[in-house]
Design a protein around this ligand. Structure first.
Ligand code: CS2
Length: 485
């Protein structure tokens, strides 16, 4: 390692102004870093953080408490250059999952008048919405629980709603809700989750939410692999950083936020956040170009025997596939503001994926495909078909996903499919084979929008790709994508 820059935390937050749900690696390496820069710059800040896990990872919360909320973020430009940043903007860490009694503490913190923003990274499934339609799944067990027990909620929308209910009752203005998950129109989707749950509980509250709560959208971007023993070991050896709450990420970071914060916000723009009127073009670009390529690399790359994003893009055939996907199937669906060149964006993405310092596992990306596919591939595929364009790369992705969800990877033992619909996948795999299996998957209306599956061109393309995968194998299929045409 030739260049290590260490940036200490300077300053102390004077109060907690932001409560965050979902204390995962992404939050620690993205939002917390922006808030830390803000704190270092001002020396003090009313935008200290309270972050909570609401379902898993109590150990991390305890670890952070032992460290008084201090931890490190190692930002790798490449294997030679890294910035090691100390974070102390996290003033409080809570665990409000099953078996803990910190839910009340979390709700009180959210209801306190000092809290002006509530942010979320609870992953796509955490909103309990149908991925294809964006409507609340009232049959979801967490939502059913929250309808029964509104004051002791377990879902993310339920927790946000209960905190809002308390603020309304106490005459405290509503906090702003900022969703930082990779969903289309993520502010609107979050509003939908909270408002629909409110409507099932209390009409007057639902109306108040509708009128009083701002749900700005935002686009977040930074590649942050899940930590494992190997990454902790590398931090210790290379950077002398013995910190079990540390995170490793790339040096690139982007945050584009719709500027709608009625109770105020940090002066984020000074720290590189883009505050805009309309986030949609940025959000769609990132979902389809970056996340869409990631999912393609994950399902096709795993079938081709790769483990990490770096390994997958080092395979010229896969680099060719995502190059072609971005140029021919993602970019043509995007309508970007002047000044954004999508071919430059695509090349930058290929360079980011080729960062050999990140052990970004394809299996991490492959997780929860049912929640990710609509916004990454399917909405774009519909647009392409409407424009009379081809969807070969997307169809290969869908076919590889069906394969991944139903069969062991070549040469390996059966794997656990981590997805809210995994029991359904296992059931379909047991009952159907070949083309009938493809039809059964395409009939999953939580994933596939009806208009898309009714389109014969879409069905045919997926059937063709699935048949070719089964007949000729991934190697032969990938051969045809080796060079963009
Ligand atoms: C990835 C994202 O796991 C995934 O599905 O595509 O987490 C991706 O790394 C981030 O969105 C990058 O900003």
């Amino acid at each position: 390692m030739s260049l290590i820059q260490r940036i200490p935390a300077t300053g102390q937050p004077s109060e907690i102004g932001i409560v965050h749900l979902g204390l995962g690696a992404f939050h620690r390496a993205h939002q917390a870093v922006y808030l830390q820069r803000h704190l270092n710059r001002h020396g003090t800040s009313e935008w200290g953080l309270c972050s909570a896990n609401i379902r898993s990872n109590r150990t991390l919360v305890e670890q952070l408490r032992d460290q008084q909320g201090r931890y490190h973020v190692a930002e790798y430009l490449d294997s030679e250059q890294v910035v090691l940043r100390e974070i102390n903007v996290l003033r409080e860490a809570l665990y409000a999952g099953a078996g803990a009694n910190e839910l009340e503490q979390l709700l009180q913190r959210m209801a306190a008048s000092q809290t002006r923003i509530v942010t979320l990274t609870v992953t796509e499934k955490g909103y309990c919405l149908s991925p294809s339609s964006g409507q609340l799944r009232s049959e979801d067990p967490l939502i059913a629980h929250d309808i029964e027990h509104p004051h002791a909620p377990r879902s993310a929308p339920g927790i946000v709603l209960e905190a809002l209910r308390r603020r309304r009752a106490a005459g405290v203005p509503a906090f702003t809700v900022l969703c930082c998950d990779n969903m289309p129109d993520n502010g609107q989707r979050t509003r939908q989750a909270v408002s629909a749950l409110a409507a099932l509980q209390d009409q007057a509250l639902a109306q108040w939410v509708e009128q009083e709560v701002a749900f700005p959208s935002c686009m977040v971007d930074r590649i942050v692999p899940a930590m494992d023993d190997e990454s902790f070991g590398r931090l210790e050896q290379q950077l002398d950083c013995d910190d079990r709450a540390a995170v490793v990420c790339e040096s690139f970071s982007q945050w584009v936020i719709e500027d709608n914060f009625p109770l105020g916000r940090p002066d984020w723009e000074v720290d590189g956040v883009q505050m805009v009127d309309d986030v949609r073009p940025f959000e769609t670009m990132k979902l389809r170009m970056l996340n869409g390529s990631h999912s393609l690399l994950a399902y096709v790359g795993l079938l081709a025997g790769h483990e990490s994003v770096f390994e997958a893009v080092s395979d010229g055939r896969l680099a060719g596939l995502i190059g072609r996907y971005m140029a021919e199937e993602a970019a043509p669906t995007l309508d970007m503001p002047a000044g954004i060149d999508l071919s430059v964006y695509a090349n930058d993405l290929l360079a980011r994926f080729a960062n050999d310092s990140l052990q970004h596992r394809l299996r991490q990306i492959a997780m929860d495909g049912s929640q990710k596919l609509p916004q990454r591939w399917l909405l774009g595929a519909q647009q392409l078909l409407d424009q009379g364009r081809g969807i070969d790369c997307t169809a290969l992705g869908v076919a590889a996903w069906i394969h991944y969800c139903t069969q062991p990877l070549p040469g390996r033992a059966a794997h656990v499919v981590d997805d809210p619909l995994s029991a359904t996948f296992a059931d379909l795999a047991g009952r159907f084979d070949g083309a009938a299996r493809v039809d059964a998957f395409l009939a999953l209306d939580e994933v596939f929008p009806p208009a898309l599956v009714d389109d014969p061109a879409f069905r045919e393309a997926v059937h063709r790709a699935y048949g070719a995968l089964a007949r000729d194998g991934v190697d032969s299929l990938l051969h045809s994508f080796a060079t963009p045409n």
